[in-house]
Design a protein around this ligand. Sequence first.
Ligand code: 5GP
Ligand code: ZN
Length: 113
Amino acid sequence: MDCIFCKIINGDIPSTKVYEDDKILAFEDINPCAPVHVVIIPKDHLLTCADDITEENSGIIAYIFSKIPEIARIKGLTNGYRIVNNCGEDGAQTVRHIHFHLVGGTKLTEKIC
Ligand code: 5GP
Ligand code: ZN
């Protein structure tokens, strides 16, 4: 599959890993927008963005969120952070493999857009 994130998962594209287990991978964003900017993805390319989430497939999303505190701790985010999912054309999504941006390491802007 011609998916950048699947290539990162299988090692065809190198990345700086922050956290990995059998279900998910977290790695440093190549173009960070904050001092800490980690991309968290499921290893299974099943969902493209939040719009694909259903009651049946949402287990992996719950799992990702259950690991976010640990990933935040790994990155030293002790004073809060922001989680973002860009979805679709109007969401300005560029990689169509569902992912969550974990950003922080500074006081972020109060408005998200
Ligand atoms: P999106 O715009 O789809 O929400 O976010 C995609 C993110 O993936 C962007 O923040 C972009 O910088 C990051 N990205 C794209 N290609 C690569 C890559 O090859 N390696 C890494 N580490 N991040 C990437
Ligand atoms: Zn993929």
